[in-house]
Design a protein around this ligand. Sequence first.
Ligand code: NAD
Length: 498
Amino acid sequence: MSKEIGHFIDGRRVPGESGRSGPIYNPATGEETGRVAFASAAEVDRAVQAAKRVQPEWAQLPIIRRTRIMFRYKELIERHMDELARLITEEHGKTLEDSKGSLIRGLEVVEFACGAPHLLKGEYSLNVGTGVDLISQRYPLGVCAGITPFNFPAMIPLWMAPLALVTGNGFVLKPSEKDPSCPMRLAELALEAGVPEGLFNVVNGDKEAVDALLSHPDVAAISFVGSTPVAEYVWRTGTAHNKRVQALGGAKNHMVIMPDADLDQAVDALYGAAYGSAGERCMAVSVAVPIGEEVADRLIEKLAPRVRQIRIGPGTEPGVEMGPLVTREHLERVRRYIDLGVEEGAELVVDGRDFRMQGYEKGFFIGGSLFDRVTPEMRIYREEIFGPVLSVVRMPSLEKAVEIINQHEYGNGVAIFTRDGGVAREFAQAVKIGMVGINVPIPVPVAYHSFGGWKRSLFGDHHTHGLEGIRFYTRLKAITSRWPDRPQGPEWTIPTLG
Ligand code: NAD
């Protein structure tokens, strides 16, 4: 039966009223499995008003009570892990193992949120002047909104919602229209955990819903994750409406392989980082930079046979390493990039374009592709492809490698594989990139640190989750106090402390 996804407003699922909707596909079979409503500005307003109504009372709750709800939320997500993973795989296409892995990364942010009493203690200075004390406190912003991409329909909403809520805010989520089922369940589970009705709402939709959030006078802050052009638009429009905005964008992540690297380890790492989740990860490695011709030749020799043999299939089947892409449109886009690479003169060592999945001929499958002798001028190097396509850019020296990495418009992640600690250390300091891996291909910081790129991979001042997340969802108040001198007389006397 075809599913109809509406919105989650004021503690319940409601059908869409705008008359506009979009298709939801099962990427493995290619069939349309349902429709998702696209919210109008009026529906967005209803969600914001619901959050605005209950947020002040929520913010007044003792922090330990908000935290207990986060503990229950964590338990509920754990209990529903299989169901949530299946919802992701059925609409996104990635393997069940990848879906669960991403849920666990999201869950870790909920666990971090459980430390809120400690995180919100504020700062205190005694005697900043004679008899004067100063306390810095953190206050919630009001109603915050999250706008999230298709590739992590649970993890990225969970980067945002738990921290926005535990710090005392209301939250309105506008998830990707491509895979809305899991985000809807996450809001339902939050309600079951004890989050008050109306505090956490989900509005589904497209640009119209996003624009309504960006200009809504009662939305105080916007967290966005998605492609760079939209991130920049969200940041410009949101800040023009006086909102606090963090907008994370696209990426092109390089992995440098030094001549002294353990090549087998590097190839294993590259294989997983480039082709895992069909390359639809903002921390996927899409450029390998071997230093020296010999390393490059050996790398290609070891990697190419593995790329030809990736176990591709529906994400729900055991043993599958790579599922389909999210939509037919995205599949065509990735194919066009491979055509372009050939036209630009790169050497296509493994061609995934003609891959057909037997029994799933209408699914959005593509094989892994590997380009050698890609140069920094080519568009396949400069632009984000967001598919299972790895470009090898041969460089004569680490210096040249750092040069191209720093010149690239994106600055999300980077990795170096080497046995030399000094070289790794210098490299980590020299690159203009937000997240660096040393013999770690996908250096996603754990939940209690913060995630974010540099350059055009992030607009705004705050990275996401960790302490940066707490800072983003709160504003500071500094209270400086002095008390009148105590009255004179023996009954008021207290011993002077040292
Ligand atoms: P997208 O930019 O197309 O969509 C992201 C969100 O913005 C969705 O909710 C979508 O509905 C909305 N949106 C799309 N077009 C819009 C428009 N014109 N105006 C207003 N809103 C619009 O991104 P996507 O295809 O869903 O996700 C893939 C992209 O996200 C890739 O570029 C990837 O690198 C990036 N990404 C970045 C990170 C990171 O942490 N930096 C993490 C995951 C994904």
